[in-house]
Design a protein around this ligand. Structure first.
Ligand code: DGJ
Length: 739
């Protein structure tokens, strides 16, 4: 890993064995972009990959010169990195190279989550300063290359070194110019209860944009841009992507211009955004993580998974095995009291559950979602002794106790709102739109962050609380803050998220041993920004096994198994009414951080036995299910979507678990062999079907056979009907045989 500066051609080359990122100072002082992707040899000039001579757009207006920090109004008609309004009203900028500095390690970003290193030897960072003379605006570009990882971390600070106020109207964390458009844009989109479905379409001339204007990254689009070549598969071919470490409104865009080149950009959502920079002030933009793979989409996922698991998530829980939990929500919703919770907990302990989580409804007078958010005091009608005796009773059963909170919200029917109506986001003199009967607190105000820290810390100190589920159930409307002047209202969305991060930072710092799980009406804020504080996220409110196949598959394109909360719930499923076998529900939820979301008192003896076996099976293989290399085999988004298959493999490739799921059973099924990946071809594996799902065995197979011929799912002589029925799953445990 190194960052090479070639003074003769003013070229910067960040390279390691896995990736290269190249830029160059052009004749006019602008930063030109030369390459991001396959590793190129150091010690060479690559100037010819960009515009060989470039002294500005005079006489060649509109040419697709690849630029690192493009700005509007000087001949580049593509989407810009920044729009900065100057006192004259002009947004024309001329950002010229001033100098650069290479440092070992990687600096933190003020107020923002970011990837990090534990030793300076893990990475190198170059900081390139550019300056617009007339306005005094500086754009400081920061690029980090890590040892051995096919990723580049990129961030930018905009600084007003002039003498007059500037207003930033658009600010992108990353812009990436690519020399062609022979790509499919892959996006992770959906809505509540069907988040992160995979959609792929060829790039066409013009712009294609996704994003959020809601004040949260949202259920609708994940903050990531993924490109793959038309022939790229899960295991082969080129793919690249940019993932934004941010949880607020964002824009992600691809533009193909007439000469066929592509520009990608991702950053803060410009709609409604305006950030005033007074002389001396700075604005640091969220980090973007660029990843490149020559080994298909799987290679891209490997890169993000490893980085996000190892150097984005932090705190003691980053590397600890995560407990199997029971969450009270779908079991009892708001309807509980101390004795009933203890009964539930007793039944849960008997199943092998390790953590009992009390969800919504324990505070204020909250019997439905119509009241009490903001009043973080125990509801003594339900829990007369408070949380401490409940936590005590649960710990006495051999489990840990966890609690749900939703700190960023306030119910109009609450004491907090009565005392501080102006703490809710809204336009004075206009009605505030309610969603789920609640309003969003204005976390751009430091006093609101202070208050919430005190209130939530008080709760966490009041009892033996080992886990917190931090929920967020609505996004922002009527975006206005009573505390910001009129000319700074355009800063609210970003300032609010900075306040949210500050609250997360303070609480996770104060309670390092508490395991935090983030949640936003399911997966409405499943993004790298929050992963920096909470190592796991509630993936979706949809707990139906069939729906979860698509949600977990899509989520896995960017996020590791250790980040995905996955629960087994009761049937008929509460979101879609579907009845699926208990074994299938578990076989899906195993791939991630396992939980149960049902009332264990209502289980039959047979179900109880089955769940006990499930949990025992999972606990023995927890390292694989939570931390193995996740390999996607058959996509629920391809063909007719009837089959899904994936697997998880240990780092030493000696152990693996393979899962195959079929939605609808069909008569006389096709002969079916599933080619595995990630195994060692030289080893022999014992393949044992999980006792709860059908399959012959154990049988012995060479790694080479499993990788090339495959694992036989439907043999040539079909078993006599009836088969396993609809929504079936099969799970295979693979272990290398010694000798
Ligand atoms: C939405 C979450 O996603 C659910 O799991 C549950 O915690 C409810 N909120 C509680 O209001």
């Amino acid at each position: 890993m190194a960052i090479e500066w070639r003074a003769a051609d003013r070229q910067l080359h960040l390279h390691n064995a896995a990736v290269s990122y190249l830029l160059r100072v052009l004749d006019n002082g602008w930063l030109g972009h030369l390459h991001f992707g396959a590793p190129l040899a150091p010690g060479r000039s690559y100037g010819h990959l960009g515009a060989e001579r470039f002294d500005g757009f005079s006489n060649r207006v509109g040419e697709p010169v690849p630029l690192e920090l493009p700005t509007p109004g000087s001949g580049d008609y593509r989407v810009p990195a920044f729009v900065v309004e100057q006192p004259s009203g002009s947004t024309v900028l001329d950002l010229r190279y001033v100098g650069h500095e290479v440092r070992p390690g990687k600096p933190a970003l003020p107020g923002l989550p970011s990837t990090y290193v534990e030793a300076d030897s893990e990475a190198q960072t170059v900081e390139v300063t550019t300056r617009d003379g007339p306005s005094g605006l500086e754009a400081i570009l920061r690029l980090t290359i890590f040892e051995g990882r096919p990723v580049i971390a990129r961030s930018v600070t905009l600084a007003n070194r002039g003498s007059e106020r500037l207003v930033v109207r658009a600010a992108m964390s990353a812009v990436l110019d690519l020399p062609d458009h022979d790509w499919l844009l892959v996006q992770l989109s959906g809505t509540w209860a069907r988040e992160r479905h995979v959609h792929a379409a060829p790039l066409l001339p013009g712009r294609r944009s996704i994003g959020s204007v809601r004040g949260a990254s949202g259920h609708e689009h994940n903050p990531v841009l993924l490109l793959r070549r038309p022939a790229t598969t899960e295991e082969a071919g080129e793919a690249l992507g940019i993932s934004l470490v941010y949880s607020g409104s964002f824009l992600a865009e691809a533009e193909v211009e007439p000469r066929g080149t592509t520009r990608l950009r991702i950053g803060l959502q410009p709609d409604g955004f305006a950030w005033a920079l007074e002389p001396g002030e700075e604005l640091t933009l969220p980090e973007a993580i660029l990843a490149w793979s020559g080994q298909g989409l799987g290679g891209l996922s490997d890169a993000w998974h490893a980085l996000y698991r190892e150097r984005l998530a932090r705190g003691p829980w980053r590397d600890r095995p995560r407990p199997v939990l029971l969450n009270s929500w779908e079991g009892v919703y708001f309807d509980f009291d101390h004795p009933r919770l203890v009964e539930m907990a007793r039944a849960a302990a008997d199943l092998g559950i390790e953590l009992f989580v009390l969800d919504d409804g324990w505070f204020g007078e909250r019997d439905s979602d119509t009241s009490s958010l903001g009043d973080w005091v125990v509801d003594r009608r339900k829990l007369p002794g408070g949380l401490a005796p409940l936590a005590h009773d649960i710990e006495a059963l051999g489990m840990r106790f966890g609690l749900w909170i939703e700190p960023e919200m306030v119910s109009p029917r609450s004491r907090l709102f009565a005392e501080h109506p102006d703490w809710a986001i809204g336009v004075t003199g206009r009605p505030r739109t309610e969603s789920r009967n609640q309003l969003v607190l204005d976390l751009s105000r430091p006093e609101v962050v202070d208050h919430l820290e005190t209130a939530i810390a008080g709760v966490l100190e009041s009892a033996a609380i080992s886990y917190v589920k931090w929920d967020m159930n609505r996004t922002i409307t009527e975006p206005a803050s009573a505390a910001l002047p009129a000319d700074r209202q355009g800063e609210l969305f970003h300032r609010h998220i900075l306040g949210v991060y500050e609250l997360w930072r303070r609480l996770t710092d104060r309670f390092p041993d508490v395991l935090f799980e983030s949640c936003a009406g399911g997966g409405g804020r499943f993004d790298p920004g929050l992963l920096a504080f909470a190592p796991q996220t509630w993936t979706s409110d949809d707990t139906d096994a069939a729906e979860r196949l698509r949600i977990q598959w899509g989520t896995s394109l960017v996020y590791p198994l250790s980040a995905m909360g996955a629960h087994v719930s009761a049937v008929p499923n509460h979101q879609v009414g579907r009845v699926t076998p208990l074994a299938t529900r578990a076989a899906v939820a195993f791939f991630g951080v396992l939980g149960y979301e049902l009332d264990p008192r209502r289980l039959s003896d047979a179900e109880r036995r089955e769940i006990r076996d499930q949990i025992a099976f999972y606990r023995l293989r927890r390292d694989l299910f939570q931390g193995g290399r996740f390999v996607r085999l058959r996509s629920p988004f391809e063909s007719d979507g009837n089959e899904t298959a994936w697997m998880t493999v240990s780092a030493d490739r000696r152990r693996a678990i393979v899962a195959h799921y079929r939605l609808l059973a069909r008569p006389v099924p096709e002969v079916n062999r599933l080619r595995l990946r990630g195994l060692d071809p030289a080893l022999t594996y014992r393949v044992t079907p999980w006792a709860a799902t059908p399959g012959p065995g154990p049988t012995l197979h060479g790694g080479d056979e499993l990788l090339t011929v495959g694992l036989t799912l439907e043999p040539i002589a079909a078993p006599a009907p009836p088969g396993p029925g609809d929504f079936s799953a099969r799970l295979f445990d693979l272990e290398a045989v010694v000798g």
